[in-house]
Design a protein around this ligand. Structure first.
Ligand code: COA
Length: 256
């Protein structure tokens, strides 16, 4: 499939998605959200893809937010529809069955930070800046930021970030637990690849089950402990479990 606003490169079992609207700092317009939904669906269905790296084209931005030019003259109902459309994408990424890693190469603001928050792991270049500046537009985060940022860094810090609208530097984001690693920009993609490569040596069945169980924490309608217990039990059915235990007993690496 070809896209107007995305570039997708395949290397080994990793698909790297570049959000590709450099002139607009990769702002998420409606068309880009649509393409991201299509791309993630295609990658979910592709058995040769074991993980996804998500990043922005160019050196300046990961994604500088939802496309503000599409906000003008929207009614409250249209605002709700837009937020739901964005939420569908963020939920699709958060619940993706394979690991998704955000490589934050520059500004990750508003919807851009919400996109990174929906990924399973975040790493940042030392030049990156992150923030949820929606209150300066008379808005609040609408693609999951109030919930996912709070779950990630805690209520007090999320309140400060969202109410001030201030940006954090990459180092501050690291200290606040918003990103897992900060590296130089030229090492960003390679660092993401090596984290994914390590995950690829583990059981894919177990990885998917772990993602689902961890995500249960965000869903009040689900008892996360119960979900963990059931998913743990399901693993006992899988060939990977038999191989993993056998390999341990034979003192060799498992072949998943
Ligand atoms: N939506 C639409 N267009 C955007 C955008 C966004 N979120 N962020 C940047 N752009 C566009 C600018 O309008 C500009 O387009 P133009 O050249 O056609 O005028 C282009 O991207 C470059 O941005 P510019 O503002 O000139 O770059 P800068 O280096 O001076 O500033 C930022 C960079 C990120 C600080 C600034 O672009 C910004 O504040 N963007 C909006 C951030 C935001 O509020 N995001 C949350 C949205 S909910």
């Amino acid at each position: 499939m070809s896209y107007q606003n995305l570039l997708i490169q395949h290397e080994g079992h990793t698909a790297t998605i570049y959000i590709h609207r450099e002139a607009k700092l990769n702002a998420l317009n409606y068309a880009t959200i649509t393409e991201l939904k299509q791309a993630f669906q295609a990658l979910e269905n592709n058995p040769l893809v074991w993980g996804v790296l998500l990043t922005g084209s160019g050196s300046k931005a990961f994604v500088a937010g939802a496309d503000i030019s599409e906000f003008q003259d929207k009614s409250p109902e249209e605002g709700i529809a837009l937020a739901r459309y964005g939420h569908e994408l963020m939920d699709k990424i958060a619940n993706f069955s394979k690991p998704v890693l955000a490589a934050i190469n520059g500004f990750a603001l508003g919807g851009g930070l919400e996109l990174a928050l929906s990924c399973h792991i975040r790493i940042a270049s030392s030049q990156a800046k992150v923030g949820l500046p929606e209150v300066s537009l008379g808005l609040i985060p609408g693609y999951g930021g109030t919930q996912r940022l709070t779950a990630l860094i805690g209520k007090g810090k999320a309140m400060e970030m969202i109410l001030t609208g201030d940006m954090l530097t990459a180092q501050e984001a690291l200290q606040w637990g918003l990103v897992n690693h900060v590296v130089e920009v030229e090492e960003l993609i390679q660092t993401g690849q090596s984290i994914l490569s390590k995950i690829y040596t583990r059981s894919k069945t177990a990885i998917s089950a772990a993602i689902q169980a961890i995500n249960a924490q965000d869903n009040n309608a689900v008892d996360g402990f119960e979900q963990e217990i059931k998913a743990f039990g399901q693993c006992f059915h899988s060939p990977d479990f038999a191989e993993g235990v056998q390999a341990f007993l034979e003192k060799r690496n498992p072949k998943f």
